[in-house]
Design a protein. Structure first.
Lengths: 775, 78
């Protein structure tokens, strides 16, 4: 065999070995092959290992990428990263394989007479800039929009915000993080006045109980789940899985408690009822550090275009809150939640035990909820009532789905209402942005415009005439794609898509820009525990593929904003980060200097006097606390967190005679979101080649459905045909079906409902009504 | 030219015997877990027939309790 075949064969053997190791890791979390990984690398290989964060979820595992002759040939977990301590999941190990995919976008493509024509990048960027300029000239600045991503790097998000809000002067910027954690943001802001979790992953090493709320961590956050199981094997730690579907997480937990979709609202209130009834309230903590409020109820579900909602908080007292909770005794809630009185009391007793430390984890089950903000508030209520918060091993912890949903979407602020510090509605925040961006403050509009769902509705209505999407695939990931696909195909809107691979979204683009993948550029991500991580470019991008930040800058220059974007191609990441850091100066959100991030596997903000702050709002750990007390919720003007009175309200669409099943959608461990990257990784694609519809065996039997049989899943919006899955990966409750959304050939989001939480505007992908029949 | 990877579960207390037996097969590469009773195994054979014969040899090892396939690749001949 010649050398290249030998090398390829060695590489494949190594990948095969890694597949076996990662399969073992999913069965035996914490399993160690670490010292053997390097032995598997071909002899004589001269690998250069470079550190960075993983591309494939919000956990933010540290990876080491081995490069040889300009190619990424191996990935291993970074043993110096406190996030994953050398562990990785199956996606993490194989991530770099996608960049060699044959259909990689290497050159710009411009649609001419219905056909895509390979075009020099400079010419494609001319077209984009000219189209943006002429659209603004003809239809006004609010006729152009940008839709970015929680996978965009911090510099990319920052430049996008500066271009749209500071240079052009429109708030038509939103991102796909709206679809996954906007409810977490509004939950944090309404309860604490400050976004992002107060704790960190080290909580895992201290907690006695982990309660996961609608969160299949074994598949979605496998490395963190491994760390929890490792603790379970070492000491008396318990995991309680509270969900609507039995998953790998349920089977690995000590208790699995299943509830009827949407009734988590009632159960959280019932837990608070029990805490008060049994006098488990931490009275001194509540009196010193909490207020009580209620807001508007019966808010609607955002199903109609141009829906608007603003909450009106009203202060109440403890007695009024206690009175409200009388509707949520375990006996009353048990009747409609399908959770036994005993199980509700059991959950309450865990939180109520003053001698046990409890961490609550949640992600999409709570956030993708038409009352997502309320659900976040309610979990905080439990922790605030018991004082189990902001201490090692005690705290509510909202996990994110994307690698920089926190760092880019939330901290840089790529939402319509956000600025890199604060919100567009606040005069002082606009003044700070104007000062740092060197633009007149009047340039930055004070009113938010379109959140994600409404942005694509505006495309459909013809109001948005130009949209640029980046590192995201909305025509697979939006709810009710059956409306938004034809909307994006309309002549009325010019569509620009920046991506690494072709997707169903790039299929409708007028211009496709070839983007560099994360290790082909330098960048920074921010993970779920407020950790900012930097990496240097590791390999060259193919063809003319270019970092998104640089493409934004090139377009900005072409539009005449060059003076606002004076960055150099070689050092733009560093220059942008240093400019961005100015927004967060101070002890409440100070970001680590770049030189620190270059050396270490990330640092947690607030980074104060050379130190990460692991637990916010606790004076023992957080230098920003200044009220002289043990705790200080300084996000609120009076330094107190809010316990919210939030009721149970029904889902907008429930199973009925015509559509008798709940539809729940979600993810699988092998695939990253819409699958545009992981489906190009052979090992992962072979492991999970297509989507499926999961049935409860009793429902399958009643319908006469067998495993693998094609099933048509239909809602009032559309249908999707998928093979049946019975007793395989997961087990939905009776009367519910589950479908993963990664498969662009089986678009389950044609079926879902575009209802959203009125406060966060995050859609609910977990609940709508469908019928199922043999196809 | 198939390359396949497996997880091999040894009979209780016979992990070392299984490692030795597998390492005696020249088409096998074995990496034992350091802290669990399981081995990662990669086989490298010239064709499906040889792969099948090898698999039968592995399955005949007394210290093996269970062999489960993880992934399979096929590389072209030179």
């Amino acid at each position: 065999m010649d050398q290249s075949v030998t090398n390829r064969r060695s590489f494949i053997k190594k990948m095969a070995m890694l597949s076996a190791m990662t399969a073992a890791a999913s069965m035996f979390p914490g399993i160690l092959f670490a010292s053997e990984q390097e032995k598997g690398i071909p002899k004589g290989a001269n690998l250069d290992w470079k550190k960075g964060p993983c591309r494939f979820c919000g956990v933010g595992c540290g990876i080491l990428v081995g490069t040889e002759n300009g190619k990424a040939v191996a990935v291993k977990g970074d043993p110096n990263s406190s996030v994953n301590k050398g562990l990785l999941c199956v996606k993490g190990y194989h991530q770099t394989m996608c960049i060699q995919s044959k259909d990689r976008l290497k050159h710009a493509l411009v649609k001419k007479n219905g056909k895509y024509v390979e075009t020099p990048l400079a010419e494609a960027l001319d077209i984009v800039a000219n189209k943006m300029k002429t659209t603004i000239a003809q239809h006004g600045k609010d006729s152009v929009a940008m839709y970015t991503s929680g996978q965009s790097t911090i510099p990319e998000g920052y430049v996008a915000s500066k271009l749209m809000k500071g240079a052009i002067g429109t708030n038509n910027l939103d991102c796909n993080a709206r679809l996954c954690m906007a409810s977490a943001v509004t939950g944090f802001l309404t309860t604490f006045g400050a976004d992002e979790p107060m704790g960190c992953y080290e909580d895992i090493d201290h907690a006695d109980y982990f309660i996961t709320w609608g969160n299949n961590m074994a598949e979605m956050h496998p490395v963190l789940f491994s760390r929890m199981l490792e603790q379970k094997s070492r000491r008396d730690v318990k995991i309680i899985d509270f969900a609507t579907r039995t998953t790998r997480s349920s089977t690995a937990s000590d208790r699995s408690i299943l509830f009827e979709p949407q009734t988590d609202l009632a159960i959280a209130n019932a837990i608070c009822y029990e805490i008060i009834k049994n006098k488990w309230v931490n009275k001194s903590f509540v009196e010193k550090h909490c207020n009580f409020s209620k807001g508007i109820t019966n808010m609607g579900y955002g199903l109609e275009d141009n829906y608007e909602f603003t909450d009106k908080p009203e202060k109440i007292n403890f007695e009024a809150y206690k009175e409200f909770l009388k509707d949520y005794s375990p006996e009353k809630v048990s009747k409609y939640s399908k959770v036994s009185v005993m199980d509700i009391k059991y959950l309450a007793s865990i939180y109520g035990d003053p001698n046990k430390k409890v961490v609550s984890y949640w992600c999409m089950g709570v956030n993708q909820h038409t009352r997502g903000t309320w659900m976040n508030n309610l979990i905080y209520n439990i922790h605030l009532l018991t004082g189990k918060i902001s201490k090692p091993g005690d705290g509510p912890f909202s996990l994110t789905g994307q690698p920089s949903a926190c760092g880019t979407a939330r901290e840089v602020g790529t939402f319509t209402h956000k600025l890199p510090h604060g919100v567009v509605m606040n005069q002082k925040d606009r003044e700070l942005a104007a000062k740092i961006w060197k633009v007149p403050v009047e340039k930055i509009p004070s009113k938010p415009t379109y959140h994600a769902t409404e942005m694509f509705r505006a495309v459909d209505r013809g109001e948005i005439k130009f949209i640029w999407t980046q590192a995201t695939n909305p025509l697979v990931s939006l709810p009710k794609t059956g409306r938004y696909r034809p909307a994006m195909e309309k002549e009325s809107c010019f569509v620009v898509v920046s991506d690494v691979f072709p997707t169903p979204t790039s299929d409708v683009a007028d211009v496709i820009l070839p983007a560099a993948w994360h290790i082909e550029k330098s960048g920074l991500y921010g993970n779920s525990e407020r950790r900012t991580q930097h990496w240097d470019k590791m390999v060259e991008a193919p063809g003319e593929a270019t970092a998104d930040a640089w493409m934004f800058i090139e377009v900005a220059k072409r539009m005449g904003y060059g003076d606002l974007f004076p960055y150099s191609k070689e050092n733009h990441v560093e220059e942008i980060y240093n400019e961005y850091r100015q927004f967060h100066e101070g002890s409440k959100h100070g970001m680590a200097p770049l030189e620190v991030l270059k050396k270490e596997s990330g640092a947690i903000w607030p980074y104060v006097e050379g130190k990460s702050t692991q637990w916010r709002f606790n004076a023992k750990y957080d230098p920003a606390c200044s009220n002289g007390e043990a705790f200080h919720f300084y996000g609120k003007p009076d330094g107190k967190a809010v316990i919210w009175q939030r009721p149970f309200e029904d889902a907008p669409e429930k199973p009925d005679a015509e559509y008798p099943f709940w539809l729940n959608t979600g993810r699988v461990i092998e695939h990253w979101h819409t699958g545009s990257m992981t489906r190009r990784i052979p090992v992962l694609h072979q492991a999970m080649p297509n989507a499926y519809v999961e049935f409860h065996p009793d429902d399958a039997k009643a319908l006469g459905v067998r495993n693998g049989e094609n099933i048509k899943v239909t809602s009032r919006r559309g249908y999707c045909v998928l093979p049946a899955s019975i007793n395989e990966r997961g087990l939905p409750t009776k009367g519910q079906v589950f479908v993963p959304f990664f498969d662009e050939n089986m678009l389950i989001n044609d079926v879902t409902l575009d209802a959203f939480c009125p406060i966060s505007k995050e859609p609910d992908y977990k609940k709508c009504a469908v019928k199922v029949e043999k196809a | 030219m198939p390359i396949k990877s497996y997880l091999a579960h040894p009979v209780s207390g016979q992990k070392e015997e299984l490692i030795m037996a597998l390492r005696n097969l020249k088409q096998c590469e074995v990496v034992p877990a350091e802290n669990q009773n399981i081995l990662a195994v990669v086989t490298d054979t010239s064709d499906e027939k040889e792969e099948q014969i090898l698999k039968e040899k592995i399955e005949a090892i007394n210290s093996l309790k269970l062999l489960s396939l993880v992934s399979g690749f096929n590389t072209p001949h030179n």
